[in-house]
Design a protein around this ligand. Structure first.
Ligand code: AQP
Length: 333
């Protein structure tokens, strides 16, 4: 265990997880669990950077944890925990906010994208400083690698900059982590607007497939998925809707895009969409059975997140103690 490289990643319980979260990140996390010392967190503190109903947040937090386990993460192998249970995340975040520049945060594209869609008086300081909380999540565990989707690369670069800045100002304190972005760039796009990514907080429920969607909903959403008027299954950027569906197909079946294109030569979109719906249903069905089972066994989930937090806390406290000492805070103990 000691020699294994450390991995940290997390997902926001800002809704139920989507096929994008699953194919872009979660499936990958499962493949890494034997080889690395993995910390996978449900980042509920990130989820309140935009308005969120408390009861939904509670429900989604347990759901995300259940989704992690149902998708194949083994709580015996990896550390699964809820972010707010380890206070060091908030504590380090304050310190690192004092080592992150206003200009850097203002350049974050995720902030620009999210804030653009909001009334200016609804944009909170939390949304603006969200990346520093993410920096803290990662640095607390002396993380080597962070498996995230391409959309998170900029936050990872900020993490490296802040870690290096702190290390240079004081002395070696943080491991400078590397992004670990899947080479095949699995960015799953919205089924309604294939130029923007599939997101669980999208207002249009036809834009995403949830891991917990029942077969009928999956079939209906696929039928309504935006394509184009070409009517030919081809893999190119002028047909972003079809390209996205091919990516989903390929990610689940491991078939190449060329194989899929040949398979559907001379066939229309209807058959193609029907087949993808069935492929998704087959992939998700065993996961859904496990999710249902886990959500009926809240005591089990509680055991997992409590023991996960205890383990995470030990590592996180050690880093935080170092940081407090370096910046000149007087230790209490
Ligand atoms: N569409 C996607 N394709 C590939 N990867 C994706 N990820 C998210 N959407 C896609 C990856 O999932 C991980 C966790 O993401 P998150 O839940 O922390 O936040 P997010 O990236 O902001 O995801 P959403 O679904 O878009 O959430 P909302 O709507 O709340 O903002 C990350 O590794 C991410 O790359």
């Amino acid at each position: 265990m000691e020699d294994k490289k450390v991995i940290f990643s997390g997902m926001q319980p800002s809704g139920s997880l989507t096929l994008g979260n699953y194919l872009g990140a979660l499936k990958n996390w499962v493949n890494l669990q034997n080889e690395y010392d993995c910390y996978y967190c449900v980042v509920n503190m990130h989820a309140i950077t935009v308005p969120k109903e408390p009861k939904d947040l509670r429900k989604n937090t347990l759901e995300v944890l259940a989704n992690y386990i149902a998708a194949g993460l083994d709580p015996e192998l990896v550390t699964l925990f809820i972010q707010s249970h380890v206070a060091a995340h908030a504590e380090l975040s304050w310190v690192l906010n004092c080592f992150t520049y206003y200009g850097e945060l203002g350049r974050m594209t995720q902030f620009k994208d999210k804030s653009k869609k909001m009334e200016s008086n609804a944009i909170t300081a939390g949304l603006f400083t969200y990346p520093t909380l993410m920096v803290s999540d990662i640095l607390l565990y002396q993380t080597d690698l962070v498996p995230v989707g391409e959309d998170q690369r900029q936050h990872l670069e900020l993490t490296r900059d802040v870690a290096q800045r702190f290390n240079n100002r004081f002395s070696e304190t943080f491991k400078v982590p590397e992004p670990f972005i899947s080479k095949d760039g699995a960015k799953i796009m919205s089924l309604q607007d294939p130029t923007s990514k599939m997101s669980k907080s999208d207002a249009n429920e036809n834009s995403y497939i949830l891991l917990m969607d029942k077969p009928d909903a999956i079939r209906r959403k696929l039928k309504r998925a935006v394509t184009d008027s070409e009517g030919v299954v081809r893999y190119n950027d002028t047909q972003p809707g079809v390209k996205n569906l091919i990516n989903i197909y390929s990610k689940i079946t491991n078939k190449s895009s060329q194989e899929i294109v040949s398979e559907y030569e001379g066939k229309g979109y209807a058959k193609f969409k029907d087949d993808i719906a069935e492929i998704i249903i087959n992939e998700l069905s065993p996961i859904q059975d496990k999710i249902d089972y886990l959500l009926k066994n809240k005591d089990y989930l509680e055991k997992i997140y409590i023991s996960g937090a205890e383990k995470a806390e030990k590592v996180a406290r050690k880093t935080l103690r170092k940081v407090y000492k370096k910046v000149g805070f007087i230790p209490r103990f």
